[in-house]
Write a protein that binds this ligand. Structure first.
Ligand SMILES: Nc1ncnc2c1ncn2[C@@H]1O[C@H](COP(=O)(O)OP(=O)(O)OP(=O)(O)O)[C@@H](O)[C@H]1O
Length: 342
């Protein structure tokens, strides 16, 4: 395939995404694509993404991959992944433009149904996405949404056994499931929890967890992992919506509904005709200062998607988390795709 890089449309932790114009019209590939590029630093993540997308095959709710390519630009070798182009960007950008308001419930229901169909496909193929968030749900011209960014996806095959006992943070803390915080479990159930967080954010325009600006993200992990607190369910959401979220926010991953089960929930199984935003204005009880989705890696680097690894083997969740919060400030250093907590 021959292509030319166009304007930059997005930045991730490991890569830059640009428009790519197909310069040889064989009809096999679209005229406009997106190209996700990284230097050797992010090559492993891109290569994982390519192999997962190849294994997943075609699914209308998953961004298509057209192939990979190496280029030399300004003397540097670039690894490129050619993807289906989402002309309207991510849902994170879209919701941010609404200035703290969310999307109409009917739109949220439609998008949720699409993401669930994508998740059902991913899980049926034996994978977990591990980084479901609004920034990784892309919006197309016709109003369709698709799941993107499989850089952290992993094969699970229904096995919930953690990879190892160490403290590992994969994805975005605001979307982390209790079992991921407590047990390093990153299975399909964790994607469902993250979907619940994404639904809250889509509807309310605010993150599912209220977090005071400047607070340490470990205090959030304690709230997620220990105790009974759940993400905030918007009061103005319909009863069906609230019930749907309660099925996503079951703390025990074994009892949490699966994507397949949720597809039969009335919140997504029925198409809403009306689309009146005023019926769904969100009013929160407390006027808490909440963070929107992380804006850029330099502003809230702690809150970005990452994987982390601590080589402390502690037994209980409280011990594991306590060891990270107490004492001197943790030293967060990025190495490859990992952030290490020492
Ligand atoms: N296929 C696409 N079409 C249009 N825009 C895209 C596409 N893929 C990615 N983007 C834009 O680029 C941004 C970064 O992409 P992506 O999340 O895949 O990168 P990443 O390095 O894996 O990021 P992360 O830090 O979330 O892991 C997205 O939030 C989105 O705005």
């Amino acid at each position: 395939m021959e292509w030319v890089r166009g304007e930059t449309i997005g930045f991730g932790t490991f890569s830059t995404v640009s428009v790519a114009t197909n310069t040889r019209d064989s009809g096999e590939f679209p005229a406009i694509m997106a190209v996700k590029s990284s230097d050797s630093y992010g090559a492993a993540s891109l290569s994982n993404e390519k192999s997962v997308l190849d294994s997943l095959g075609d699914c209308p709710e998953i961004v298509r991959c057209y192939g990979e390519d190496l280029t030399v630009e300004n003397g540097e070798v670039m690894h490129n992944l050619l993807l289906e182009y989402a002309s309207r960007g991510s849902l994170a950008t879209h919701v941010k433009k609404l200035g703290g308001e969310g999307l109409p419930e009917s739109t949220v229901r439609r998008h949720t149904g699409s993401v669930l169909r994508g998740l059902r496909h991913i899980h049926a193929k034996g994978f977990a996405h591990c980084d479901i968030k609004l920034g990784n749900i892309l919006l197309f011209n016709d109003g369709a949404v698709k799941i993107a960014d499989f850089g952290l996806a992993r094969r699970v095959d229904g096995d919930l056994t953690p990879l190892k006992k160490d403290v590992e943070i994969r994805g975005t803390p605001l979307y982390m499931a209790p079992e991921s915080v407590n047990e390093n479990e990153y299975g399909s159930a964790a994607d469902v929890w993250a979907l619940g967080c994404a639904v809250v954010e889509m509807f309310s325009g605010k993150t599912a967890w209220s977090v005071k600006e400047g607070s340490h993200f470990m205090s959030l992990l304690i709230r997620i992992g220990v105790g009974d607190e759940l993400p905030k369910i918007p009061e103005m959401l319909s009863e069906e919506g609230k019930d749907f979220l309660l099925k996503c926010f079951v703390k025990d991953p074994v009892k949490r509904w699966t994507a397949e089960m949720l597809l039969n929930h009335s919140f997504v199984a029925v198409d809403l005709e009306d689309d009146h935003r005023e019926d769904f204005v969100v009013k929160f009880k407390e006027e808490e200062k909440v963070l929107m989705s992380p804006k850029c890696p330099f502003e809230f680097h702690d809150w970005e998607s990452f994987t982390s690894d601590s080589h402390s083997s502690l037994d209980s969740p409280v011990e594991r988390l306590g060891s990270l919060v107490s004492g001197s400030s943790p030293d967060w250093s990025v190495g490859g795709s990992w952030v290490t907590v020492r």
